[in-house]
Design a protein around this ligand. Structure first.
Ligand SMILES: C[S@@+](CC[C@H](N)C(=O)[O-])C[C@H]1O[C@@H](n2cnc3c(N)ncnc32)[C@H](O)[C@@H]1O
Length: 260
């Protein structure tokens, strides 16, 4: 597949920034993952890495009662989340900041819960797990979602689709090994159900693409970018048996056992 042009990325952001979220997930899955974090303090300090416009950050404001820091490197999504936070009167509790999750500039061992839906892979999963380990208090939890392959030999369109954004995508066992190698203890994992792909993500995405098709009816380059973006939900309709999104919950052990 061709390397996307700057114009493609413009249209990409015009579609994505207006969605309720920028990847698969929903409130039920957030609640299920949070239930696996069985030993959190009553008002946990939460860090949401790669928060996007904050679909899950806003669920977390309802499902937890402590301070939340939400970080994303893309300034327009942080501006949108800041507006949502202000509108809900949550500015004292939730801070949304532009930053790089590889260098989040947060104090070490200061969070009870790190949350990250569909974002850790952006800096390499193992690298991200090391960063999270250092930011969590001993006994703190990491809840994150990640795409994994489910079947060998995906059709070329599926392979090309993931190669564009997710060239390092592995298998469930690769993620489980990375979690263990990076010093975490796995608490549990589950697959996102199909509605978590559609309700807040692909259905609004298809709606937004349809809206922009009107706006760009006479613009060949924009229309071809929209065709390419429309391919993703279509690929999911046909080929979702080749891949899955997994939610993982892991814990930084209370005391790290010494080697030997
Ligand atoms: C697939 S989206 C998921 C967004 C959101 N968590 C959700 O599930 O709706 C991945 C997000 O990670 C952000 N991101 C990518 N690399 C990043 C980095 N190095 N530091 C912070 N955010 C990053 C992107 O800007 C994007 O908003």
């Amino acid at each position: 597949m061709n390397e996307p042009s700057p114009r493609f990325w413009e249209i990409f952001f015009e579609v994505y920034e207006n969605l309720p979220r920028q990847g698969p997930g929903n409130r039920d899955c957030a609640e299920k993952a949070l239930r696996l974090c069985g030993d959190l303090p009553p008002a946990p300090a939460v860090l949401d890495l790669g928060c996007g416009v904050g679909g899950q950050t806003l669920y977390l404001t309802e499902l937890t009662s402590g301070p939340i820091v939400a970080i994303d490197s893309h300034a327009p999504v942080i501006a949108r989340l800041q507006a949502a936070i202000a509108e809900r009167g949550l500015s004292q509790r939730v801070r949304a900041i532009v930053g790089d999750m590889a260098r989040p500039e947060q104090p070490p061992a200061s969070f009870d819960l790190i949350w990250s839906e569909g974002a850790l892979y952006s800096i390499g999963l193992r690298n991200a797990l090391h960063v999270c380990h250092g930011l969590l208090r001993p006994g703190g939890y990491l809840a994150f979602s990640d795409a994994v392959w489910r079947r060998e030999n995906p059709p070329p369109a599926v392979k090309a689709g993931f190669d564009l954004d997710y060239p390092t995508m592995g298998w469930l066992d690769d993620d489980l090994t990375a979690i263990r190698d990076c010093g975490f203890k796995l608490v549990g994992h589950f697959s996102l159900p199909d509605e978590a792909w559609w309700d807040d993500f692909y259905t609004p995405m298809e709606g937004r693409i349809a809206e922009l098709r009107g706006k760009y009816a006479d613009d060949i380059e924009a229309s071809s970018a929209l065709d390419r973006l429309a391919g993703e939900p279509e690929m999911h309709r046909r080929h979702s048996d080749f891949y899955a999104y997994k939610f993982f919950v892991a814990r930084r052990p209370l005391a790290q056992s010494l080697p030997g």
